[in-house]
Design a protein around this ligand. Structure first.
Ligand code: ARG
Length: 473
């Protein structure tokens, strides 16, 4: 048996406990090693609570002033590194409260009036997730800016477009990059939705049932930038779906980043040779001197696992909990912290790569021309100019591809006589549509790949996602 080692801990909950917890109890119970990251939110919420207690005449103005000043001292101590975090005091809430007692003495004991750690932690954590969402939005804005800059630069540059990773049709590089701008735009809008839905204050819900003190929950909600207080105290202390929603949108975003990272890895491989990344975003091999590896992209791809793992982990933590608070919920923070750190790093790395990347346009154009990507354009011509049903026209085009194959050449290299041997209705004008550049320029449907459309789409994306503002490079 472990012997009690922290008599000090029991002083926090007061009378009921004689001895402190065992050493192992203290270790499994304490969250201070990670929840110290909530210090700013914890103190901000405590100050709002204290101000409300004074306004409602639940505590005196003098005690309130002492508490507020003490809390300011504690923030300063934490920020200048002199604050001593103690495992015996379990978590950030009790570390702050205990230190407050050292700093201001007896009035410290009045701060926790009409409050429980259950509504306190829900409030702190919500404030933290809200800050994380705001920081994420800024990072994603910058990533979109980097993508849009490249898309503008390459609004008319050709590249092969793929389905099944088989060359399908030529597209413009700008068009391809704008696809990611749209995905990230939806990620940002999911974050905005999440922020809006979660923006209700749990503070004042007490342990689970509310309080008999005449508190003003609307005041604290407004003071903390929430839209309103939560409507149900049981829900307020039990809800972690705001964290689950954050992790869900984070997982979807991580998947988007991973797909782009995967494309960078493919594009940088020798057989493709579509892009170059500088020394800033690659690394060498310890054995093979000729190598340049896309490590940053690989790691962005790999770190997706952590984010998806965080979501899966918290879903499992929550799935069997009865109302209201259970200590299981202390396990909610690390997945969120890890996700925020991982995403910040991955978004910054991806933004850096997107500014650094150099598209090898000659190689990309050559690859876009290397395959019979305009076979469908001949079919479309027959439909448009000769009124042939598409299915039939598709067959004609298929026979032309086969003819080129037999002759060991590309579709564009067939002579007019070759074309007419398959379908007499074909003319020089039909032959012209086989040119890749012409084909790309013709795809002017809304959302299509034609350079004219991509230029408009870049301007539109700038307006929709960057607020038309210039962004730092
Ligand atoms: N450290 C705890 C957590 O993160 C704070 C809430 C503790 N509440 C309780 N009733 N023991 O969940």
């Amino acid at each position: 048996m472990d012997k009690p080692n922290n008599p000090e801990a029991s002083t926090i909950w007061g009378g009921r406990f004689d001895a402190g917890p065992s050493e192992v109890m203290s270790r499994i119970n304490a969250s201070i090693d990670f929840d110290r990251r909530l210090y700013a939110q914890d103190i901000r919420a405590s100050k709002a609570h204290c101000e409300m207690l004074v306004r409602q005449k639940i505590i005196t103005a003098a005690d309130g002033a002492a508490i507020a000043a003490g809390l300011d001292t504690i923030v300063a101590e934490i920020e200048n590194g002199t604050f001593v975090f103690r495992t015996a005091l379990e978590d950030i809430h009790m570390n702050v409260e205990s230190r407050l007692k050292d700093v201001i003495g007896d009035p410290a004991g009045r701060l926790h009036t009409a409050r429980s750690r259950n509504d306190q932690v829900a409030t702190d954590f919500k404030l933290w997730v809200r800050d994380a969402l705001d920081a994420l939005d800024t990072g994603l804005h910058d990533l979109q800016a980097a993508l849009i800059d490249q898309a503008e630069r390459h609004s008319a540059s050709l590249m092969p477009g793929y389905t099944h990773l088989q060359t399908a049709q030529a597209v413009t590089i700008g068009h391809h990059l704008l696809a990611y701008v749209e995905m990230i735009g939806r990620d940002r809008s999911r974050a905005t939705d999440c922020r809006k839905r979660m923006n209700e204050s749990p503070l004042g819900s007490g342990a689970l049932a509310g309080t008999s003190f005449p508190i003003d929950r609307h005041f604290t909600a407004t003071a903390l930038g929430f839209d309103r207080p939560t409507a149900n105290s049981l829900d307020a202390v039990s809800d972690r779906d705001f964290a689950l929603e954050y992790l869900s949108l984070a997982a979807i975003l991580a998947v988007h980043l991973s797909r782009l990272a995967e494309e960078i890895v493919i594009w940088m491989s020798e057989p493709f040779g579509f892009v170059k990344l500088s020394d800033a975003f690659t690394s060498g091999s310890s054995m093979l001197p000729q190598k340049r590896n896309p490590d940053a992209a690989e790691l962005v791809r790999a770190k997706t696992g952590r984010v998806i793992g965080a979501l899966a982990g918290l879903l499992v933590v929550m799935k069997g909990l009865p109302l209201a608070y259970s200590k299981d919920m202390q396990e909610d923070k690390e997945p969120a912290f890890e996700t925020a750190d991982t995403l910040a790093l991955c978004v910054a790395a991806m933004t850096g790569m997107m500014r650094d990347i150099v598209f090898q346009t000659d190689r990309l154009t050559e690859a876009a021309r290397a395959s019979d990507t305009t076979a469908v354009d001949i079919a479309d011509w027959l439909v448009r100019e000769r009124g042939i049903p598409f299915r039939e026209a598709h067959h004609v085009s298929g026979r032309l591809v086969k003819l080129a194959e037999t002759k060991g050449c590309r579709l564009v290299q067939l002579s007019l006589a070759d074309l007419q041997s398959v379908e007499p209705a074909l003319t020089e004008a039909a032959k012209a549509v086989l040119d890749v550049e012409t084909a790309v320029q013709a795809r002017t449907s809304f959302g299509g790949t034609a350079p004219t459309r991509v230029k408009e789409a870049c301007a539109d994306a700038r307006k929709r996602f960057l607020g038309g503002k210039d962004v730092k490079q």
